[in-house]
Every structure is written in structure tokens, then in C-alpha cells.
Design a protein around this ligand. Structure first.
Ligand SMILES: CC(=O)CC(=O)SCCNC(=O)CCNC(=O)[C@H](O)C(C)(C)COP(=O)(O)OP(=O)(O)OC[C@H]1O[C@@H](n2cnc3c(N)ncnc32)[C@H](O)[C@@H]1OP(=O)(O)O
Length: 422
């Protein structure tokens, strides 16, 4: 069976905001709706029935189990547009693009939207198992006295809401603690991390000045720019920040780690035929992608390094070398994870020790995250994939030719890589 080419046709996101700042009153639906509405307006999709909308949020309330469909129903798309919720940690957005892309490739749909959102300011709190049991039992009691007896049975401490900590259940460590181990194990210095963080902010500030984001971002809830991006950062300031996860001997700080973030993004994918029929130019094509997992309970240092293997498998299938690309978009969850990933790809000895057949080639650093990365834009988990794919598609469209490489690491030891081609 012949497959169709998967074209990236459009994009839209809202500005990303540090948690508890500009979007402190908004939930997942509000942010996603703003992002989808911007996309619908820009590409004149009002009233159209699309093949499917797929995406998700990493953290949702119980009432949001059909978040994407619920949000689509609030847009001006034809309500006959079906939708699907996906969740896969920080690779949710890119996995949504792969899901929609595969359906287009197989001819099951001719167009669709891949999207992602994170409303960290409004994340749900969990309740203790003891309290949950008491509430369920109280519900079953017939008499008011019986209900009261059940409700009063849990100790006061069981009534405390349990906040999100982002720990890996299998290790009990948060991602910053894992990445602190990564930095030490792979000898990633504080200075290298701070330099990468500074470059991310400088690149993004330059991109804003040049108007790169003008047709990519729609203002929302009074915010018109990513509010984590700093023009006042410097190596001096970054080097003075205190370690955040290993207070004594750590190198990860608030400056070289992403903050918790609110935001949403969406991209429009289609077959070439649909693009032509709708008079919309193709920005770039998704040509390859790969998902990998990695062991990280014994090897705590490797939690965010699964893209190392994804890249090896993907490049082999594509018949390409890591040096063959015009641009590289590597998700900066932490500067240390980016630097460790690249070090393993580039260093023959380290690559073999890690389990690769051989080193994958060099990355020209002047082609890396040229419009800023997650350290500057910040990182609303499920929305990051859309931001990265959109950025690379626009870069390739402006250049008029070439290839781009994407790498996104995620919690639970998973990672995705992707190739876009003009
Ligand atoms: C989920 C997945 O699947 C995979 C992934 O992507 S993993 C990534 C997941 N993300 C995380 O785990 C988030 C990790 N981040 C955190 O926990 C927190 O942001 C953190 C502990 C690193 C920092 O939290 P914090 O201490 O509250 O940071 P914050 O108060 O904003 O900043 C501390 C200081 O650094 C300064 N600072 C931050 N960035 C700076 C920069 N670039 N330049 C200069 N100064 C900076 C701030 O101004 C602040 O200074 P003051 O104290 O003088 O105000």
C-alpha cells in the first residue's frame, strides 16, 4: 500500500507563562481553546470538518477525561470533527503529531490538528486513600449519623490534599534530581550548562526582535510574549544562582532548568492534496520519527536520555548521519540533559559504552535551537512538542530547502526523535 506524504501546513500557540503568573486563573480548556481558535482564524478553518484533532495534557482533572473533544466542541470547527486524548509525558505533543501524521500517511484522514496544553497553575490535588475510602463509605450510608461517623473516621492528616511533585514513581526522585545525577555521571560542568541557558534566551530574544514569532503566537489573557524569556540574563548572574536539587554539590539551578509552565500549542497537518485544495502552502514534511525507552531505575543518570537510542534507530532507517541537518531542535528540559545527550552522540568511546554501535556524528552548535529552546520559552509539558515542530517547520520553509532534526526527552525514561524535510 502506498503511503501519503505528511505535510505541516500551519501552527499557532499562545505565549507560554511561568506557573502562577499570567494564566493563574485559566484551566486546560481555556488555554487550549485560545490556541486552537488562533489556528482556526489564521488558516480559515471555521465551519470545516477536519479528519481528527488529537492531543492532551500531561496533568488533567478527572472532569477533563475528554479534554480535546470538549475543547473542539467549543471552537468554530464543525462539531462533527472527532477528537482523541493522548498522554505521554513531555512527548505528548510530538506523539500527537505522529498519531495524526500516521493517519494521514495511511489515507485514513486527509487533515488534522495535533495539540497540547498544560495548565500547571490549576493542577489537581490528590486525596489520601484513607479519605477517599471514607467518602465512598459515607456515600453509601443511609442515615445522617452513619455518614457523619464515616466522615469523621480519617485522622486530620488524611484530609490534607496531596500536591503534584513530579516524582518518578519507580525511583522516588524528581526529574531535577535525576538530571543532577546525569550531570555528575557524564561530567557536564556548571559553566557549560549556564552557557547553553544563556544562548537559549539570547536566541529567543533575537527571534522576537526579528519578528520570527509574529505569525506563530496569538496573545491570550493579556499576555503577548513568553514571559520566562530574559533579556537581562548573563553568565555572571547565572553563575551566582544556588543549586536547586543538590544544595551542597549540585550544578542545576533555576537558570539552567525549565520552570513549571502554563501554555498551549497546535499544529495543522494534512496530505498534499488537502493543502492544495485549501490553497495552503506546505511548510515542511514529517518524514521519520522514532520512540525509544530506556532503563533508568538501575541507571538513574539515564532517565532523560532515551532520545540517544531513538536517534540511532531513526537515522539508520533514514540512511542519514547526525551531521546531515540544517537545524537541530533539542528540547531543553535541563541544559545538562541536552549536553549529556549530545556528548554521547558525538563521542565514540562514550557512545559504545552507552550501547550505541558507534557515535552518530557531530552537531554544529550554531544550528542548535536557533530561535531559543525550552529554557527560554519555558516548558508547558504537552505543549512543547507543538512549539518545537512549528519552529522547525517555519525555519525550513523560510530557508526553502533542507532537513531538520528534533529530539524530545520525557519522564519515565522515554524519548522521541523526528526528521522534518522541506
Ligand atoms: C515532564 C517530562 O516528561 C520531561 C521533562 O521535560 S523534564 C522537565 C520537567 N520540569 C521540571 O522538572 C521543572 C523543574 N523546575 C523546578 O522544579 C523549579 O523551576 C526550580 C526548582 C528549578 C526553580 O524553582 P525556583 O527556585 O522557584 O525558581 P525561581 O524563583 O523562578 O528562580 C530562582 C532565582 O533564579 C533567578 N533566575 C532564574 N532564571 C534566571 C536566568 N535565566 N538568569 C538569571 N537569573 C535567573 C530568578 O530571578 C530567581 O532570582 P530571585 O530569587 O533573586 O528572584
Amino acid at each position: 500500500m502506498e503511503t501519503k506524504k505528511v505535510a505541516i501546513i500551519g501552527y499557532n500557540r499562545i505565549p507560554f507563562a511561568r506557573m502562577n503568573t499570567s494564566y493563574s486563573e485559566q484551566g486546560n480548556q481555556d488555554l487550549l481553546l485560545a490556541s486552537l481558535n488562533g489556528l482556526i482564524d489564521r488558516y480559515h478553518l471555521k465551519g470545516k470538518r477536519l479528519g481528527e484533532v488529537a492531543g492532551g495534557a500531561v496533568i488533567k482533572h478527572i472532569s477533563e477525561s475528554n479534554l480535546i473533544r470538549e475543547t473542539v466542541m467549543n471552537t468554530t470547527l464543525d462539531p462533527a470533527t472527532p477528537a482523541c486524548d493522548l498522554q505521554q509525558a513531555c512527548d505528548t505533543g510530538i506523539e500527537a503529531a505522529i498519531y495524526i501524521g500516521n493517519k494521514i500517511a495511511l489515507g485514513q484522514i486527509d487533515c488534522g490538528i495535533a495539540c497540547g496544553v498544560e495548565a500547571m497553575s490549576n493542577i489537581p490535588f490528590e486525596s489520601s486513600p484513607r479519605l477517599r475510602k471514607a467518602l465512598l463509605k459515607a456515600n453509601k450510608e443511609k442515615s445522617a449519623f452513619g455518614k457523619l461517623k464515616q466522615l469523621l473516621s480519617p485522622k486530620l492528616k488524611n484530609w490534607m490534599p496531596i500536591p503534584y511533585k513530579g516524582q518518578e514513581p519507580k525511583t522516588g526522585l524528581v526529574m531535577g534530581e535525576h538530571t543532577e545525577i546525569t550531570a555528575k555521571y557524564y561530567n557536564i560542568s556548571r559553566e557549560e550548562q549556564d552557557q547553553l541557558a544563556l544562548k537559549s534566551h539570547q536566541n529567543m530574544a533575537k527571534a522576537y526582535d526579528e519578528g520570527f514569532f509574529k505569525d506563530m503566537i496569538t496573545p491570550a489573557f493579556g499576555l503577548d510574549k513568553d514571559n520566562n524569556m530574559r533579556r537581562d540574563s548573563s553568565i555572571e548572574k547565572l553563575s551566582q544562582l544556588k543549586p536547586a536539587f543538590d544544595k551542597q554539590n549540585g550544578t542545576l539551578t533555576a537558570g539552567n532548568s525549565t520552570p513549571f509552565t502554563d501554555g498551549a500549542s497546535a499544529i495543522l497537518l494534512a496530505s498534499e492534496e488537502w493543502a492544495k485544495a485549501n490553497n495552503l502552502p506546505v511548510l515542511a514534511y514529517i518524514t521519520f520519527s522514532e520512540l525509544a525507552g530506556i532503563e533508568y531505575v538501575e541507571n538513574k543518570q539515564d532517565l532523560l536520555l532515551a532520545p540517544v537510542f531513538a536517534a540511532e534507530r531513526m537515522l539508520k532507517k533514514a540512511g542519514m548521519n547526525l551531521s546531515d541537518f540544517d537545524y537541530y531542535e533539542i528540547h531543553e528540559a535541563f541544559a545538562a540533559q541536552v549536553l549529556a545527550t549530545i556528548k554521547i552522540w558525538e563521542n565514540e568511546e562514550l557512545a559504545k559504552k552507552f550501547g550505541l554501535e558507534k557515535a552518530l556524528g557531530k552537531i554544529d552548535r550554531s544550528k542548535l535551537n536557533v530561535k531559543g529552546g525550552s529554557l527560554a520559552a519555558a516548558h508547558p509539558f504537552a505543549a512543547t512538542g507543538g512549539r518545537i515542530i512549528a519552529t522547525l517547520a517555519k525555519l525550513l520553509h523560510e530557508k526553502g530547502s533542507g532537513k531538520g532534526f528534533i529530539s524530545i526527552c520525557a519522564a519515565r525514561g522515554q524519548g522521541v526523535t523526528m526528521i522534518l524535510e522541506k
